[in-house]
Design a protein around this ligand. Structure first.
Ligand code: NAP
Length: 258
């Protein structure tokens, strides 16, 4: 029996979300995969059905659009069979001065990185808590550990998601539901292109694969852990960040990210 018989993954058409969906299928989970690009989702669904014999439903949705997000919420709250694991993974960044990045783009980022996971988690818990069983894996970022000049909105959305996830982890303690915060560092995906981020300056040592991040995150939520930081280099960086006052980190990052 799979650890999570039925799992719903947002942002499963590429990168970390795709790797999580693949890993779950290898473990025998049936899947509901969510993103905007239908062709990518259909191809992944075919691949996973053929390779692992699992059921895969494709749910095409732009989760920044309220009625499309509502369709995903409805699936979590009322659909059959019940979802055992929700992975809130879809997300986007955006580099530049806050005042120069069009407000619409930043507003979309907040709806994707914050509003969608909050609404989807609420819908999922309506079903998981009465059953006394379930998991929520929220894909945040080490970017949320401190304020990041020139990535101000992105870092703030991830700070929200991390704080929210840690709080919920305590709220559901002892109720059979685990809520886990996944903090990836630089991971080779389509993210940097989609988010207009310059990755040329990032040393090789810092890069992780989506497969490694996916495996670490799934292990953590299965173990009921509050947080997972994949990669030794990022566990060290997180330790440093935790003891560095924002007055220092914002100045340093303001120079590095200019
Ligand atoms: N890569 C990194 O270095 C890194 C580091 C830290 C944290 N993260 C976080 O990891 C998560 C996954 O990112 P990734 O690196 O795997 O990036 P990615 O390869 O660009 O994947 C992003 C996924 O989100 C989906 N998505 C984007 N906008 C959407 C929307 N409006 N509605 C529904 N789905 C949407 C995309 O699918 P469609 O385009 O088909 O909709 C895609 O499947 C994000 O939350 C990101 O913040 C990434």
């Amino acid at each position: 029996m799979a650890r999570w018989p039925v799992a719903l993954v947002t942002g499963a058409s590429s990168g970390i979300g795709r790797a999580i969906a693949v890993q779950l299928a290898i473990d025998g989970s049936d899947l509901i995969i969510v993103a905007r690009r239908r062709d990518r989702l259909e191809a992944l669904a075919e691949e996973l059905r053929a390779a692992h014999g699992v059921k895969v439903d494709v749910l095409v949705a732009d989760v920044t659009v309220p009625d499309q997000l509502a369709a995903v919420e409805d699936r979590l709250r009322d659909g059959e069979p019940a979802v055992d694991l929700l992975v809130n993974n879809a997300g986007v960044g955006g580099q530049g001065s806050f005042a120069d990045i069009p407000l619409d783009r930043q507003d979309r980022q907040i709806r994707l990185n914050v509003v969608a996971p909050v609404r989807l988690t609420h819908a999922a818990l309506q079903r998981m808590l009465p059953r006394g069983h379930g998991g929520v894996l929220n894909v945040s970022s080490i970017a949320g550990l401190q304020p990041m000049p020139h990535l101000a909105t992105y870092a703030a959305t991830k700070a929200y998601l991390s704080s929210f996830t840690h709080a919920l982890h305590e709220e559901v303690r002892g109720k059979g539901v685990s809520v886990t915060n996944l903090l990836p560092g630089f991971t080779r995906t389509e993210f940097h292109g989609a988010s207009d981020l310059d990755r040329s300056v990032v040393p090789k040592l810092f890069w992780m694969t989506a497969d490694d991040v996916a495996r670490a995150g799934l292990r953590a939520v299965a173990q009921g852990r509050a947080q997972c930081v994949p990669g030794l280099v990022y566990r060290v960086a997180t330790g440093i960040s935790n003891v560095t006052p924002w007055s220092v980190s914002r100045r340093v990052l303001g120079v590095v990210l200019r």
